[in-house]
Design a protein around this ligand. Structure first.
Ligand code: PXP
Length: 292
């Protein structure tokens, strides 16, 4: 089964909405508690992004998570000296190097590894690997980026699934899956291990499970938002059930527009998770298929 890493940054986002810069009081919600719930629900790892501006997860969170989690800690970070030094000291099981811009709401695109030969990226990969940390590079499904990632000695790539997640038609979706599958195949051939993530949710994750050589999906926003209504353990279990059910057939690669809603396709179709028909309205809506 493909493994699930749960990105809990948004638990800290909610905390910072009230407690940014406040110390000496109990600050809720606590990402360490969240990680515990995620692990109890059966997820395979915890992912956090320590951003330069510390807008959600902070250094103390990472230290406490390192001491308390029982699965794998995957630390996302930009290639900046202070954060790389911090990772070297904390020793997460895995780091995922990502591009980072201050103005972005979330990581917008993959790393440009092709043009990184004059940057510190190759040295950073070597340095983190020397510290015994598995190194992953977050890249777009571009064969040149895959070759460059292998060239600088990464162990993993994480394929950026944001474009796939934003597709509107079956044709576009199939084209994105084709690109992701080609990138995964090439990566495997070059000795890289393959993860994927970004923008995945309860509707579109099944469509990505047919990718070859996929090991772990890192999913955050959709799991944390769903947890507001069903609780964190349940939202993780619902996602795990999708992984257990396995791949959906890949849609044909034609570029037709989504059909106009009709009487028969307008309502959400219910899915069954692990033999359990979803009955609650909120679950029904998050798991509704598009009707196409
Ligand atoms: N993988 C990487 C490298 C990311 O930067 C993010 C977002 O922090 C995710 C996965 C999770 O994305 P989402 O929150 O959209 O599920």
């Amino acid at each position: 089964m493909i493994r699930l890493g749960v990105n809990i940054d948004h638990v800290a986002t909610l905390r910072q909405a009230r407690y940014q810069g406040v110390t000496g009081v109990v600050r809720e919600p606590d990402p360490v508690w969240a990680a515990n719930e995620v692990e109890l629900a059966g997820a395979h790892g915890i992912t956090v992004h320590l951003r330069e501006d510390r807008r959600h997860i902070d250094d103390l969170d990472v230290r406490l998570l390192r001491q308390t989690i029982r699965t794998r800690l995957n630390l996302e970070l930009a290639d900046t000296p202070a954060i790389v030094a911090f990772a070297e000291k904390i020793k997460p099981d895995e780091v995922c190097l990502v591009p980072e811009k201050r103005q972005e709401l979330t990581t917008e695109g993959g790393l440009d590894v092709v043009h990184a030969s004059h940057s510190t990226l190759p040295a950073t990969v070597a340095r983190l690997r020397r510290a015994g940390i598995a190194v992953s590079l977050f890249i777009d499904a571009d064969p040149n980026q895959v070759r460059a990632a292998a060239g600088i000695g990464a162990e993993f790539i994480e394929l950026h699934t944001g474009r796939y997640a934003n597709t509107q038609t079956d044709g576009d979706r199939a084209a994105e899956i084709k690109k992701l599958a080609a990138a995964a195949t090439l990566a495997h051939k070059l000795g890289l291990r393959v993860n994927a993530g970004h923008g995945l949710n309860y509707r579109n994750t099944a469509g990505i499970l047919a990718l070859p050589h996929l090991e772990t999906l890192n999913i955050g926003h959709s799991i944390i938002t769903r947890s507001l209504f069903v609780g964190l353990q349940q939202s993780v279990r619902d996602l795990l059930a999708i992984l257990t059910l396995g791949p959906e057939p890949i849609p044909p690669e034609s570029n037709h527009e989504p059909p106009e809603p009709t009487r028969t396709n307008r309502g959400p179709r219910l899915r069954t998770l692990g033999g359990r028909r979803l009955s609650q309205r909120s679950e029904a809506y998050s798991l509704a298929e598009s009707g196409t």
